[in-house]
Design a protein around this ligand. Structure first.
Ligand code: 4AD
Ligand code: MG
Length: 466
């Protein structure tokens, strides 16, 4: 059993209280007649205090040593822990040279830990993040199950660049047989591209978003969601962008209002906050006080604010013209909201999460549903304090003729997107959905400053260690 299972199990009768634990030594304190150590197996934040009545038996133990310890689990007389293990038997499973071990007890810089990314899960902060990430995902699954959504999977290798932002990583073309010809050359289009020797007979990318595939599923299964890795050749070095990240995406057939999708997202995030409370306990002290400060935002009674993009631009422009510390970029209708704008809206104007809806058509991808005004689309971004955009979503254009026009405008070939048009041709139904960056959620709900500390092994432009 893990340490956490042991500690949360019902009390053990005294005659049966001999237990074994396995884990890594976090610290050792030797006194004359007794020695103490903390052993951690990653299952909880604090690990377990263990006591050696004979300090010699703890001699071979140092920070990082892998051990199996057997003894009696007893109530602890000390402060700070309810139980301790009185060790009777020590088995060293793996030694760890304290002189060489890169994970020392004193504070280690963030960059040092990024360089030692294979070892950093051994630090309290990264271990807490990994447990928080796990608990957020569990609560996400629980929420969607309650709402009748099916969990499904979508391809990682794809022929489309869903967002059309030109950030898709293309996978290297290579011949799949000795003579340089791919083996599956059945269709005309495939035959043509044989000349280019693409493995899949056409250019192939790592997915930037599961959305289009998810729509295919939603137009049969009604409510679906997925948690999938996404890849973007994003060169900006910020605290909220990764090259490989995980996106939660949901698609919902027969929904006709952006407001309904916003409400679903709000309910999801409030439920996720509530159910991951326990896992926030192990986070750093500063994080805990920050989280106590933002907790009221998640109260059930209060709805998060909604405003249109047009209203947001008007508020931003007012601020720009009346303040001594204006934005670097002028807020202007038709221009994207810069991250300084997003943060000001959430941090200063609203002081909490805010849904910004109905962006100009020209700023958004081809699949978003046109509003009757002809200038905007039925979409939203959820902006949160300090981070900016956490979620993006929209109604999808279900009208075949309008979608075809959009595709022409965006230069998308009917050959590649014919299947996507079929979804409208055959029983096309109103539908919508959203995508949420999991690492940004971890950053928000864990008060972790940089997204690179919100995934165990981050990748960003210029950094790929293992
Ligand atoms: O706003 P985005 O680009 O939207 C889509 O991809 C839609 N197709 C999603 C959908 O409607 N199904 O990305 C969605 C979210 C962003 O709000 C952000 O949280 C996260 O994904 N995201 C990133 N997270 C980390 N690093 C990056 N480079 C990210 N790019 C987007
Ligand atoms: Mg977006």
């Amino acid at each position: 059993r893990t340490i956490q299972q042991l500690l949360s199990a019902p009390p053990i009768p005294p005659n049966l209280s001999q237990v074994s634990i396995t884990g890594w030594v976090k610290s050792v304190r030797r006194q004359k007649r007794v020695a103490f150590a903390v052993v951690n197996d990653g299952s909880n934040a604090a690990g377990l205090q263990v006591v050696f009545s004979d300090p010699i038996s703890a001699q071979r133990l140092s920070n990082g040593t892998a051990v199996r310890l057997t003894g009696q689990l007893a109530d602890s007389p000390g402060k700070g822990q309810a139980k301790e293990l009185k060790v009777e038997q020590v088995q060293v499973l793996g030694e760890c040279d304290p002189e060489e071990y890169p994970i020392q007890k004193q504070a280690l810089s963030t960059e040092y830990l990024r360089q030692n990314v294979h070892l950093r899960a051994r630090t309290d902060t990264i271990a807490s993040m990994i447990r928080l990430r796990d608990s957020l995902q569990r609560s996400i699954h629980a929420f969607f199950q309650d709402e009748g959504f099916l969990y499904t999977h979508t391809p990682i290798l794809t022929s489309n660049d869903c967002e059309g932002a030109g950030e898709a990583f293309q996978i290297a073309s290579q011949p799949s047989s000795q003579d340089g010809q791919p083996s599956n050359t059945l269709e005309t289009t495939e035959k043509e591209s044989v000349k280019e020797s693409h493995f899949f007979s056409r250019p192939t990318y790592l997915t930037v978003s599961s959305q289009l595939h998810l729509e295919a599923m939603a137009t049969a299964m009604s409510r679906v969601y997925t948690l999938s890795p996404c890849f973007r050749a994003e060169t900006s070095q910020t605290n909220r962008h990764l090259s490989e990240f995980w996106m939660l995406e949901a698609e919902w057939a027969f929904t006709e209002r952006v407001e309904d999708i916003c409400s679903l997202v709000e309910a999801l995030l409030k439920s996720t906050w509530k159910h991951s409370c326990q896992e926030r306990i192990g986070l750093a002290d500063e994080a805990s006080s920050h989280l106590a400060h933002i907790a009221p935002q998640f109260e059930q009674g209060k709805s998060w604010q909604r405003m249109t993009y047009t209203e947001a631009i008007s508020e931003l422009s007012k601020h720009q013209s009346t303040t001594k510390s204006p934005f670097v970029f002028d807020p202007k209708w038709g221009k994207p909201l810069q991250s300084e704008h997003e943060r000001w809206l959430a941090d200063t104007l609203v002081r909490g999460p805010v849904f910004v809806t109905d962006y100009p058509t020209s700023l958004k991808p081809f699949y978003m549903r046109a509003n009757p005004d002809g200038k905007t689309v039925a979409c939203f971004d959820l902006l949160i304090p300090q981070i900016g955009e956490l979620v993006g979503g929209s109604l999808r254009e279900e009208r075949l003729d309008v979608l075809k026009e959009n595709m022409v405008r965006h230069n998308l070939s009917p050959e590649l997107y014919g299947w996507y048009l079929d979804l409208r041709k055959y029983g096309g139904a109103p539908h919508g959905g959203f995508g949420l960056g999991l690492e940004r959620l971890v950053s928000w709900m864990g008060a972790i400053e940089n997204i690179r500390e919100c995934i165990p092994m981050p990748r960003w432009a210029g950094r790929m260690l293992l």
